[in-house]
Design a protein around this ligand. Sequence first.
Ligand SMILES: [Zn+2]
Length: 423
Amino acid sequence: MAMIIIGAQPAFAMQTQERAIIKAVAAGLPLARQTLKQVVNINSGTMNFDGVHQVGDVFAAELSALGFQTGWVEGGDFGRAGHLVAMRGTKGPKILLIGHLDTVFAKTDAFQTFEPLPRDRVKGPGITDMKGGDVIIIAAMRALHDAGVLDQAQIKIVMTGDEESSGRPLNRSKAALIDAAKWADIALGFEDGDGDIKTAVIARRGSVRWTLKVTGRAAHSSQIFTDDVGYGAILETARILNAFREGLADMQNLTFNPGRIVGGTKANMDRATYSGTAFGKSNVVSQTALVSGGIRAASGEQLAAAKARMQTIASNNLAHTSAALSFAEGYPPMAPTKANKELLSLYSAISKDLGYGEVLAVNPRKAGAADISFTAGYVDAALDGLGLMGTGGHTKEETADMTTLKRNIEKTALLIYRLSEGE
Ligand SMILES: [Zn+2]
């Protein structure tokens, strides 16, 4: 009998219990669909604080009814609406469920409503990114509650109000999430991943912004390349950017991107509006150039190595030029750990047991940075991309495949149940 590893209850009881959970998911599905419609029709662009609050209120009411203690973390000191935090349970594994209330669609955007389409698809702002994922979290909680097994896990839910445009400084805007991660054993994220129900996310690249400021010696253009004048700021900037491209090419899954550049005799950048201005005449050697960019890395070690190479390149200047390269705070990477792979295996086994087939890991190149990245360093295992699937995220074509709603509620409910049985 040494092979039995699934807890104290006999297998037939487990199956009965799991069947009860699946039944409860089906019973709760009409409410889940109704809630989804309700929240998609509330605009919650990140800077529409009232809307973000309202979506949070809808979810808080449903969670309170399931016995969760709910609270709102005010966002005043990081310039955002704040976050919904909910807690329940005193025994069993500590599981953190991550959602976000905001969308990329501002109050003034033309895209505002829930619009049913043929073949059980629905178009709507934030429907897959990620109000659908939030609804999956709550529907899974309801199913476990109604099946009488929610008490055997300790659950903390954090739904942030600023995932799409994080409040700064990050150490304040992400504090609620990081505190919850320090408490938790396991973090589950309900983003839509790559939109494919056959995949989930075990790794996300970190994302950091960088700024390059290059200075040259102003002079008449006829003297460029001489010992006295040198090469000017713009040519030095071109050298640096091309050397970044060549110097980072061998780093697997790392990308860097210069996104904005201005240069001339005078140049200014405005970070708030992502714009810049420059003044320069074609007969004057350029004095200033500014570049703003980003870098995405697969691990903390890779990011550190890339930063070091970039600094070496930026300090090896052409004559009469100098450069200052700086990196801002950013999103840490979520590395593809063994424990994350094991958690995915458990989730995949559940999917197979339900007749939905295997779930594989997303290529990290297809997974952007997300809130779960901030938790990955503190929990034993993390898994993301468990939300409502679809296409067209961040565009006016954002469309959910509603057939994935029930399946992913079932998978989440059973995942939490099996984790709580394994204790
Ligand atoms: Zn999202």
